[in-house]
Design a protein around this ligand. Structure first.
Ligand SMILES: [Zn+2]
Length: 251
């Protein structure tokens, strides 16, 4: 696989993902307005101001007109998309697998970004993602067999639902949304039932590191709501590519 091509495609797709994620739940749609605007001064971005990642770096993270800081959210989505495209290209054995992983990664990135912004995981993404992964495993595009994927989806979603139900029983508040459980159909299918524990381990580790960094000094840790979707997605994508290495490392 040609890595610079993968990186470029990842950046362009990342720009599209940030549009999807930032417009979800607003009056805008993916196609309207056709050009992005500065969220602060509403100035319509020129092509030069809209180059993924490059514009952000050249403009030192500020709008060229009103000089307001551009949220790091957008370039981070583009960077994540680029990294995923390259990593997937390095670790896949066939073009069909890479294309499948690009779509899966895209769904994961958009869903995670929407979860971070709105605390919601849209059904249209989680359900279609699950169907896509199951179909791809059936077609032999992925490194997981159809039966393992199906078991991964069902057991993974059930395990997460059980954890959420138990948490609610003990703490009397919702700790995890039903969206996370639905998301797990897709993510569990991607890694297969055998690696579900690795997925949960990686996701929890990422969430723990995030909590330690972002909630330092805040006293309301127990009541702060943290969207778990991005961590589940990271856990699944990392496990798919590096699951064997993680198991070897743990041993
Ligand atoms: Zn502006």
């Amino acid at each position: 696989m040609y890595l610079p091509f993968a990186a470029l495609l990842g950046l362009i797709l990342g720009s599209f993902y940030s549009v999807c994620a930032s417009r979800y739940g607003t009056e805008n749609t993916i196609f309207k307005p056709s050009r992005s605007r500065c969220p602060h001064c509403k100035h319509q971005l020129t092509i030069r101001e809209n180059i993924p990642l490059i514009s952000f770096i050249l403009q030192k993270g500020r709008c060229r007109h009103c000089k307001t800081r551009i949220p790091l959210f957008y370039p981070l989505i583009e960077l994540t998309s680029m990294c995923w495209a390259v990593l997937a290209a390095m670790h896949t054995s066939s073009p069909a697998e890479w294309i499948t992983l690009m779509v899966v990664g895209g769904i994961c990135i958009v869903a995670s970004a929407i979860d971070l912004r709105t605390f919601l995981l849209p059904d249209v993404l989680t359900y279609s993602g699950a169907v896509l992964v199951l179909l791809a495993s059936y077609a032999g595009f992925l490194q997981v067999t159809f039966v393992d994927a199906l078991l991964g989806a069902v057991i993974g979603a059930f395990a997460l639902w059980a954890i959420a139900a138990l948490y609610k029983l003990i703490r009397k508040i919702d700790g995890m949304g039903l969206g996370d459980v639905k998301f797990m159909f897709m993510l569990g299918a991607l890694v297969g039932w055998q690696q579900l524990s690795i997925l949960i381990l990686v996701a929890s580790s990422c969430a723990l590191v995030f909590c330690i960094i972002s909630l330092r000094g805040k006293s309301n840790l127990a009541t702060t709501y943290i969207p778990f979707g991005p961590f589940l997605a990271s856990g699944a994508l990392i496990t798919y590519l590096f699951g064997e290495q993680i198991i070897a490392f743990l041993r």
